[in-house]
Design a protein around this ligand. Structure first.
Ligand code: CP
Ligand code: NVA
Length: 310
């Protein structure tokens, strides 16, 4: 687009694979430093970051707002319902203008084409805070949580149950190609990720098992995770509950995992649907550490993209 001066295309983070495996490792190492020395970094001094939300959020919005503030920067939380987007100004047109004011744009929206268009006209880096296809900031926190618990992703087997076709499932597929983990996806066929995504991940070396049997996926796994059966903007909840009922992450199913296995969930959880309270609140659960790690991982990501790297 005409809005970005030639030769100054910024680096964006629209999907997991927009960074290399080595860059991901750098960001995760920085995230661990951010966590160990929470209030010691001022890497975003005098930087403004627009946090633009076209969908609901609890964790992502608050962790970015707190994170930018802790780093000495200025977070601007923008709900698109209160912008001219509701009167027809496109996200791309909005983003092109915002990028003249701020140092980075964090965006949560639906269609990936919207964030891609916005990125193409933004003079500032754009970060995906969840779209239909990807949730790459969440995956940084998930990887940080695995590493903290002694599960180096490259040597781990990860079971993902339920609806593996949407943002979380797809980001796990991308991560399988990047880290070399063994990913087992347990879903009915209609809820598996797009076949092209699986074949390109496999071509890139990903080890992925697709199964309709949740026990097969969980047996011996080091990490067991799931996501809501009905994502934001999906409306067929009762059909989904009927289709996905036997993929519930409950105590009986978790017994098949490795003794040291941890349970992750990006949250929000729907207790009694995709996961039971006994598992979510149980000894294997690391979901609150995982949610906390959003803060540290995103502070590291922003520092890496636009800040003064320590
Ligand atoms: N996990 C996650 O992205 O949570 P929010 O929707 O609350 O931001
Ligand atoms: N798959 C869920 C993730 C929420 C963080 C959704 O898109 O609603």
């Amino acid at each position: 687009g005409a809005s970005v001066p030639h030769g100054s295309q910024p680096r964006h983070f629209l999907k997991d694979s927009d960074i290399s495996t080595a860059e991901q490792a750098e960001i995760l190492a920085l995230a661990a430093q951010m966590k160990a020395h929470r209030h010691e970094f001022q890497t975003l001094k005098d930087k403004s970051v627009a946090l633009v939300f076209a969908k609901a959020s609890t964790r992502t919005r608050v962790s970015f707002q707190v994170g930018v503030t802790e780093l000495g920067g200025n977070p601007l939380v923008i709900d698109t319902a209160n912008t001219h987007h509701v009167r027809g100004e496109t996200l791309a047109d909005t983003g092109a203008v915002l990028s003249r004011y701020v140092d980075a744009i964090v965006l949560r929206t639906g269609a990936d084409s919207d964030i891609e268009e916005l990125a193409s006209v933004s003079s500032a880096p754009v970060i995906n805070a969840l779209t239909d296809n990807w949730h790459p900031c969440q995956l940084l926190a998930d990887l940080q949580t695995m590493i903290e618990n002694g599960h180096n992703p490259a040597q781990s087997s990860i079971a993902f149950l339920g609806d593996t076709s949407h943002n979380m499932g797809r980001s796990y597929v991308a991560i399988a190609a990047m880290t070399g983990c063994e990913l087992r996806l347990a879903s009915p066929k209609a809820y598996q990720p797009d076949a092209n995504l699986i074949s390109s991940a496999r071509a890139a070396g990903a080890k992925i098992l697709l199964t309709e049997d949740p026990v097969e996926a969980v047996t011996g796994a080091d990490v067991v995770t799931t996501d809501t059966w009905t994502s934001m903007t999906q409306s067929d909840g009762s059909q989904r509950r009927a289709d996905l009922g036997r993929y519930q992450l409950n105590t009986e199913l978790l017994h098949n995992a490795d003794n040291e296995a941890i349970v992750l969930h990006c949250l929000p959880a729907h207790r009694g649907e995709e996961i039971t309270s006994a598992v979510l609140d149980g000894p294997a659960s690391r979901v609150l550490d995982q949610a906390e790690n959003r803060l540290h991982a995103q502070k590291a990501l922003l520092t890496w993209l636009i800040g003064d790297r320590p």
